[in-house]
Design a protein around this ligand. Structure first.
Ligand code: SPV
Ligand code: MG
Length: 437
């Protein structure tokens, strides 16, 4: 009787490595290809360029493949139980590293009915990760980058962003990774937040819309030149309606993915001051008209405009926040909402999420948990958040180390004592990669 062979793929490109695995599989029997779902791929790396339906069709139409099925998790187990293949074929590159636990489960599962794992020598230099570095130029292009946030939100609406305020902090956000030793899952930041507070503070200026748009664009350009991840701009109040429409065009053209504007009026002061300073909210219909002017100005479907509600900052309460959410979505056609709070317990945010989600289950909601940072990102996602922004932490970390270093040099009359606060000089020399992103 003909044997059944299962293999799992995620790649957008049928490269030589996959063809080698495929050829071996065809020699062994009837081939069924498991295609990793968009959501699963996006959980550990960039979302695929081709969506899962296109990849299913592509693999189903390859010579020697009898059918392609969706594999909804990194684990093969569910599909293996359904297919009960005689063989699973894979490259031999997964014996160590984060995939080794997946491999073990495959071997154990196959063992339940006497199936076997067949490994083919890994094809060096043509893996998807190799090709991905060639594709970085494409990812970094304004078109790809602009659409990346909307695409991520569609495939995995649980995104984590970190402040980037210059090229160097952009490199940190781009490269930061954490591999969970237990599950093997890799965590990284999905996007960068260009904060008005931090962009201003790095220039020694207060966060009162003093740093003008041209200067903000210069910061964004500096970050964009060395990174590829999507950028969310803190657009303050968006300024005058007429200016906002023009600025949306500029942001869209250079490849920014989203701008968030807040419903304050008068001299904008940072929200974390709370009501220690006047926090005047705009008329909701006037603010919706500003959002709408931006939505009408944009030329692509990719660009997103989020309406930031400051009702909790101004102590106007949940009903005011919900009323504004409705007006900004219905009249302004905002792509999503950001809700802010400076309270430490996070209660008003959780109340808002619960009220908002019962009315708008799908609309993206952005949070900035600076003051309620005892709550984990996953807890916030579980409560209904779509994007969690860590809005100022690289500036704060850098500033503290810089200030302590300056004090230490004065105190000791030399820099030796400050060594532990500073990156070793060798690391500085190799900090910035020579290659272009
Ligand atoms: C910023 O990062 O500039 C923000 C968020 O607007 S907050 O500072 O918390 O208001
Ligand atoms: Mg700001």
């Amino acid at each position: 009787m003909d044997k059944t062979v299962y293999l799992s793929v995620s790649s957008d490109i049928v490269h030589e490595g996959i063809l080698n695995v495929m050829e071996r599989a065809c020699q062994l029997g009837t081939v069924i290809v498991g295609v990793l779902s968009d959501e699963t791929i996006a959980s550990y790396k960039r979302p695929p360029i081709l969506d899962e339906d296109s990849r299913l069709r592509m693999y189903a139409n390859l010579k020697g493949v009898s059918r392609a099925m969706l594999q909804k998790t990194l684990s093969y187990r569910e599909n293996l139980l359904e297919v009960r293949p005689d063989f699973v074929v894979h490259g031999d590159d997964w014996r160590t590293g984060i995939q080794s636990s997946v491999r073990k489960e495959v071997v154990d599962t196959l063992g339940e009915w006497g199936g076997k794992l067949v490994e083919v020598p890994y094809t060096r230099g043509v893996s998807m990760s190799g090709l991905e570095s060639d594709l970085r130029a494409a990812y970094a292009s304004p078109d790809a980058r602009r659409g990346a946030l909307r695409k991520l939100l569609a495939t995995r609406p649980r995104l984590r962003a970190l402040e980037a305020s210059n090229g160097l902090s952009g490199l940190i956000v781009e490269a930061a990774r954490f591999s969970d030793p237990e599950s093997g899952a890799v965590r990284q930041f999905d996007a960068m937040w260009v904060s008005s507070l931090c962009d201003s503070a790095f220039k020694g200026k207060p966060d009162i819309e003093l740093v003008d748009f041209t200067s903000r664009i210069a910061t964004i350009t500096e970050i964009m030149e060395v990174t590829t991840k999507p950028i969310i701009l803190d657009g303050d109040t968006g300024g005058r309606v007429e200016h906002f429409a023009h600025n949306v065009r500029t942001l869209e053209r250079i490849g920014v993915s989203a701008v968030i504007i807040e419903d304050k009026t008068g001299l904008k002061q940072n929200s974390l001051f709370g009501t220690q300073v006047p926090q005047l909210q705009d008329d909701p219909h006037a603010f919706a008209a500003k959002i709408l002017a931006g939505k009408r100005a944009q030329r692509t479907r990719d660009f997103m405009i989020f309406a930031r509600i400051e009702s909790f900052i101004a102590k106007a309460g949940l009903d005011d926040a919900m009323m504004r959410a409705r007006i900004y979505l219905e009249e302004g056609h905002a792509d999503g909402i950001m809700i802010h709070s400076k309270e430490k317990d996070g209660k008003e945010i959780l109340e808002f999420l619960s009220a908002f989600r019962s009315k708008w289950p799908e609309v993206p909601v952005v949070l900035v948990p600076t003051s309620y940072n005892h709550i984990t990102d996953d807890e916030l996602f579980g409560a209904g958040a779509s994007v969690v922004i860590h809005a100022n932490h690289l500036l704060r970390a850098a500033y503290m180390a810089m200030r302590n270093t300056a004090d230490s040099i004065l105190e000791h009359g030399r820099s030796k004592e400050a060594d532990s606060l500073c990156l070793p000089i060798h690391d500085v020399l190799t900090l910035v990669p020579k290659e272009l992103p």
